[in-house]
Design a protein around this ligand. Structure first.
Ligand code: ATP
Ligand code: MG
Length: 574
């Protein structure tokens, strides 16, 4: 490709719309352009890089025995009602109407469609294992589309779905996908780690996410360097339990005035001086229209993903001020779960494990401006449901080996789930087993955000001058840069020769045939990040040499006739 014939609209200035580096670089290097929030056009160079990621994904899926197909993005809502996710995913589902006012759904994922397909096509254990995949556009009505391709309304996902006859076979299918994912990210030049993950609205049995460590990531993972334990903080646990709360009850409840005290923090100050770890935080949630109290220790943070697990539903929300006053008779800041102060009896009370057997605690009195001290769990507060509800913190002991945990922000690029039979039962994907008995297929599902992966590569691989593409996904491997583009000049003749030789060898090469100053050309090729640049100028050519500049290493001079060989060596030797 010749630079002048394609479209590479590089930008000197950083567009104001971009917050994180990879988004800035995608725009500045002329790879994408925004249509509107969360919707982007891939320009020729961006699309080339995207196609390379897709190709790696396809090769590894095919190698793992998965079968490519393509399902409709437009889907009937009935199957979503059948699986129960019309409600569970209602926030992100895009819905459209046809001319007859009938409703349709734009697929955010395809469990419903693939399971409907399999229900009709697979009916014997002999037809399994099967794994189907597609590379396709997904639609999600994200609350906050941002960071360019990272969180878009429309994005490309590779989604795969496995169907097995037995649990062991399903386990093997999961492992095959897990291994394929590790290879995919490695081939894309990404350092990705796998972490234990929450199963959320998928309703699965267990899952792993593939995470690219990055400060700008929207996820946080807890990991242990000693034993390798790693989990999304939504799921992560630590060995810290209740011991620090374990104090014998000393005295009976005592109400004391705390005018203006509305936070845990305020109560730690004089004249009250109640340490946060001796306080009980009372949070109020609305679950299926009912008020639920959630208790955690004053120095802990609630983990909503764990709460969702304990409540067995993802559809809940913090109660609003008015709902709280109606239910408890006080404003946030003075709330508590002590039985004798509760207006309504029989409220569901969930508490974090760390509060088990806690005594000599302080909590709100359900009366504005008052708190209660000497509170003992069990004696004064009747907890209905115990669960691990807290967010782990850096430095807490690893749940496996006890060494201190570290926290790291990360970008989720892929997710593998062991689903079980939730969808096969709901959508009737049954088969006859060896003994002729009807069984639901055992499913797994596996997603890679292809467009997000592309941006993650840039987020992880860049320097002050621009993108530093790994060869495997670079839009072009080599940029041939003549410093004089006059058609009959020796420089241009040499450039054309090297360009056509590289093309003949199947190398992705671009010829920067713009009549621009060398400085402009060098800057642009560094910004776009081609792995290798071949600079050809009069001075070096007089010595029979050209200059090869690997994007991430120092320049070397080579004899003109050795240039192509050197490029092959640099680009393809491990
Ligand atoms: P997230 O927690 O980031 O919202 P998710 O858990 O909803 O992601 P999955 O349903 O597991 O995502 O989808 C599989 C993959 O699709 C994710 O691992 C991610 O790489 C990608 N993905 C999900 N949502 C988006 C989005 N809005 N924009 C771009 N990629 C996305
Ligand atoms: Mg996920």
């Amino acid at each position: 490709m010749r630079w002048t014939q394609t479209l590479i609209p590089t930008l000197k200035e950083t567009p104001a719309e971009a917050e994180i580096l990879s988004h800035k670089l995608l725009l500045r290097a002329g790879l994408i352009r925004k249509l509107t929030g969360g919707l982007y056009t891939f320009l020729p160079l961006g699309l080339r890089a995207l196609r390379k990621v897709e190709q790696i994904v396809r090769e590894e899926m095919d190698r793992a025995g998965a079968l490519e197909l393509l399902m409709p993005a437009l889907q009937p809502p009935d199957i979503w009602h059948q699986s129960g996710r019309y409600k569970d995913l209602s926030d992100v589902l895009f819905k459209v109407r046809d001319r007859a006012k009938k409703e349709w759904v734009l697929g955010p994922t395809h469990e419903e469609v693939i399971t409907t397909l399999v229900a009709g096509e697979i009916n014997s254990y002999r037809q399994m294992p099967k794994n189907f995949y597609q590379v396709q556009i997904k639609f999600r009505d994200e609350i906050r589309p941002r960071f360019g391709l990272m969180r878009a309304k429309e994005f490309i996902m590779k989604d795969a779905y496995s169907f097995d006859a037995t649990d062991e076979a399903a386990q093997a299918s999961y492992k095959i996908m897990y291994d394929a994912y590790a290879r995919i990210f490695q081939r894309c030049g990404l350092k990705a780690i796998s972490v234990e993950a929450d199963t959320g609205a998928m309703g699965g049995k267990f899952s792993h996410e593939f995470m690219v460590p990055a400060e700008t990531g929207e996820n946080e993972v807890a990991y242990c360097e000693a034993c390798g334990y790693a989990a999304n903080v939504e799921k992560a646990q630590s060995k810290v339990q209740n011991p620090r709360s374990k104090v014998e009850p000393e005295a009976t409840l005592e109400k004391f005035a705390t005018p203006g005290v509305l936070t845990i923090e305020a109560l730690t100050k004089a004249p009250y001086s109640v340490p946060a770890e001796r306080q009980i935080k009372t949070l109020v949630y609305l679950v299926d229209g009912k008020i639920v109290l959630v208790l955690i220790r004053g120095d802990d943070q609630l983990n909503e993903a764990k709460l969702a697990g304990a409540l067995k539903t993802g559809t809940f929300r913090p109660a609003e001020a008015e709902e709280i006053i109606n239910a408890l008779g006080a404003h946030p800041g003075s709330l508590g779960a002590v039985s004798s102060t509760l207006k309504a009896q029989g409220l569901a009370i969930y508490a974090d494990e760390r509060l088990r057997e806690a005594a000599e605690m302080t909590t709100g009195a359900n009366e504005d401006g008052f708190h209660l001290s000497h509170v003992a769990i069990g004696r004064d507060i009747q907890v209905g449901h115990w669960a691990d509800l807290r967010l782990v913190q850096a430095g807490e002991p690893c749940p496996k080996c006890g060494q201190p945990l570290k926290l790291q922000r990360a970008i989720e690029v892929g997710h593998v789930f062991k689903l079980g039979t939730k969808y096969s039962e709901a959508l009737h994907a049954y088969f006859l087993d060896e003994s002729g008995k009807q069984q639901p297929c055992i499913m797994g599902c596996y997603g890679i955000g292809v467009t997000r992966t592309l941006q993650a590569v840039i987020e992880q691989s860049n320097d002050a001058n621009g993108i530093v593409w790994p060869v495997s996904v670079a839009p072009y491997t080599v940029c041939v840069t003549p410093l004089n583009v006059a058609p009959e000049s020796e420089v241009m003749r040499c450039a054309e020769k090297i360009y056509s030789e590289l093309n003949a060898r199947g190398i992705d090469v671009i010829l920067d045939d713009r009549n621009e100053r060398p400085g402009v050309k060098f800057k642009d090729s560094e910004l776009v990040g081609f792995p290798i640049r071949i600079g050809i100028g009069e001075k070096s050519l007089a010595k029979g040499e050209v200059e090869i500049k690997p994007r991430a290493a120092t320049m070397i001079s080579v004899k003109t006739q050795e240039a192509v060989g050197k490029v092959m060596e640099l680009a393809f030797s491990p």
